[in-house]
Ligand binder design. Structure first.
Ligand SMILES: [Zn+2]
Length: 103
């Protein structure tokens, strides 16, 4: 087993887990607490981690992790014109108040 990825956002880790599985790389997510579990634990848990079952898959996995399957990494985060919260580039509306993105 080898850890190849970790992020605070479980959805991001789950995305890469699914993506690697689709490429034929067996992997497993650790520390996958739900937001509810996290708040019950005081929110001080380690980030979700993506582990490969086979160490020999590491090179391929890192190649995929460095790729950009959805074309989302090119889009810069943006700030909501209504509430000022920052959203990731791939979102067309504010995660916080659902205001549409001003282009
Ligand atoms: Zn907003």
């Amino acid at each position: 087993m080898i850890k190849v990825f970790s992020a605070q956002d479980y959805i991001e880790v789950a995305f890469w887990g699914n993506y690697l599985e689709e490429q034929g790389i067996a992997c497993q997510i650790r520390n996958d607490f739900s937001p509810k579990e996290l708040s019950e634990r005081g929110g001080d848990e380690p980030w979700p981690e993506l582990w490969l079952l086979k160490v020999s898959d590491e090179l391929d996995a890192r190649k995929y992790l460095a790729s950009d399957p959805l074309g989302i990494k090119e889009q810069a985060p943006w700030n909501c014109s209504y509430c000022g919260e920052e959203s990731d580039g791939q979102f067309a509306q504010c995660w916080n108040c659902e205001q549409k993105r001003n282009i």
